[in-house]
Design a protein around this ligand. Structure first.
Ligand SMILES: [Fe+2]
Length: 492
């Protein structure tokens, strides 16, 4: 047995295998594509290393690609079947149990096992990263924050991987509503590693949730050399950039970013990237922009994948593309397919399975949201409102971030505005403006409602507020200027 650089025992490997594992982990923490080759190196030199197999399983799951998960199941099961688990460490047993749960679709169970692991071995960076991403996929804001928060005190702040932990913590803090702390944690991560793209992402989210779109643009503009290409988060961080530009009213910039970075002509049809494309075009669609040619290409890319029931969050984004492209029959067929899948799974389990995360995600959120999108796309706005109102406070159950799920919340608001459910629209706008008074979108929607009700002076005032906020970029925080030269200076 050998140990990694945190003195954690690794079975079935020698010094070379540990080095490849460390290299893979380093690439993974910074979302660098070479993680795939480095992970392969681990198993090439140490085919019996439990952590090598766990790493492969996590990589096969976290991209939400059904074919990757399916392909990883048999080799993982073969390895585990031949393994005498009494000869490996308790930490490795927990990793294999968590990785196995992931591959079997029990994302919640895997997240709990990794929680247990991190309490016992808080300096296991693989467990923290895999757990953190599972918390994201299951929309568990409290765990996103506390899994990392609970480990931090066990780390030496000079450890090279302490920075990525701070970046993860930034996202957990942001999803839990601690926006100022999220910004500070994310900037601390960037002070340590400017190319910590997950840290960039956490700070971007903190601006998004505070409606500080001007600061968000300046922050990302100042750091493009560090995040805008060559990593697994490139498309997603450009998507965040486009959201800021959209709030600023710069539609030309949004389309430019979409065409060049979010869904460029040579884009690989990966679910995690196509969903960003869907989510951006859907917002433009809600804003009344004609993006039909883009929808058609995007819908073709989704259709070419022939996705089965795997992750309800992706399904919703597939349906956005079908509805946007006018392919209503395809959207309805996807919904029917998921309903058949739900029934077949229930039959085979005898009851609704608690160990298949996507079952509840699809039944409780995915299918009704898909139906609401089709209703909205076919001008059945009352039906869209009736479908979305009861579940809008539990949307997080099917994963993603607040920013991503806001596309659904906006659909509800737009449907309510279009069909004259004025009391619902008023309440939704009151909530949005109370939370983010700096967002022009909220004021422009408020103006549309006021006009509908004949309150034209109020509408004019709301439009004025929208113009002011667009000009000011959503205002600035009172803290340090994150875009000043030298920003990224270590906080002390
Ligand atoms: Fe994000």
């Amino acid at each position: 047995m050998t140990v990694d650089r945190h003195q954690l025992t690794m079975s079935g490997t020698g010094r070379d295998g540990v080095q490849h594992y460390e290299d893979a982990l380093d690439a993974l923490l910074f979302f660098r594509p070479e993680v795939v080759d480095r992970a392969a190196d681990v198993l090439r030199v140490s085919p019996d290393a439990p952590l090598g197999h766990a790493l492969h399983a996590y990589l096969a799951v976290l991209g939400t690609e059904e074919r990757d998960t399916a392909a990883a199941r048999a080799p993982f099961a073969r390895f585990r079947g031949a393994l005498d688990e009494t000869r490996i460490t308790p930490r490795e047993r927990l990793h294999l149990a968590a990785a196995g749960a992931c591959l079997d679709g029990d994302l919640h169970g895997a997240a709990r096992l990794l929680d247990e692991l991190s309490v016992g071995w808080p300096r296991d960076a693989l467990a923290l990263l895999a757990g953190h991403q599972l918390d994201f996929l299951t929309g568990d804001a409290g765990r996103l924050r506390d899994r990392i928060g609970g480990a931090l005190s066990a780390w030496d702040q000079e450890d090279p991987h302490y920075g990525p932990l701070r970046g993860m913590y930034a996202f957990g803090l942001e999803e839990s509503g601690h926006y100022e702390q999220a910004q500070e944690a994310g900037l601390d991560a960037l002070d340590r590693n400017p190319r910590d793209v997950w840290g960039v992402h956490g700070v971007a989210h903190s601006f998004e949730m505070r409606g500080r779109f001007g600061d968000g643009l300046r922050f990302l503009d100042a750091r493009t050399a560090h995040w805008a290409s060559g990593n697994f988060l490139t498309v997603h961080n450009w998507w965040h950039y486009a959201l800021f530009a959209l709030e600023a009213g710069d539609t030309a910039r949004v389309l430019d970013v979409y065409d060049s970075a979010v869904h460029p002509p040579d884009a690989e049809p990966l679910a995690m990237q196509l969903l960003d494309a869907s989510a951006l075009l859907w917002r433009l669609h809600l804003a009344g922009q004609d993006v039909s040619a883009r929808w058609e290409r995007l819908a073709r890319d989704w259709a070419g994948r022939a996705d089965g029931a795997h992750y309800a969050f992706n399904d919703v984004h597939i349906v956005m593309a079908y509805v946007g492209a006018g392919r209503i029959k395809d959207a309805e067929e996807l919904i029917a397919d998921r309903r058949r899948w739900l029934a077949s799974v229930e039959d085979s389990y005898g009851t609704a399975p608690s160990t298949l995360s996507n079952h509840a995600m699809t039944a409780r959120i995915g299918v009704p949201v898909c139906e609401a999108l089709v209703a909205y796309g076919t001008a059945r706005d009352r039906a869209a409102v009736d479908l979305l109102l009861p579940l809008r406070h539990r949307l997080a159950e099917f994963g993603g971030s607040h920013a991503q799920r806001d596309a659904v919340q906006k659909t509800l608001l737009e449907a309510a505005l279009r069909c004259g459910r004025d009391e619902v629209a008023r309440a939704l706008l009151s909530e949005r403006i109370a939370l983010r008074p700096s967002c022009p979108y909220n004021w422009l929607a408020q103006a549309r409602l006021a006009d509908r009700l004949g309150h034209h002076a109020e509408a004019a005032t709301a439009r004025h507020r929208a113009r002011l906020q667009a000009k000011e970029g959503g205002g600035r925080g009172a803290g340090r200027d994150v875009n000043a030269p030298g920003a990224g200076t270590r906080l002390v």
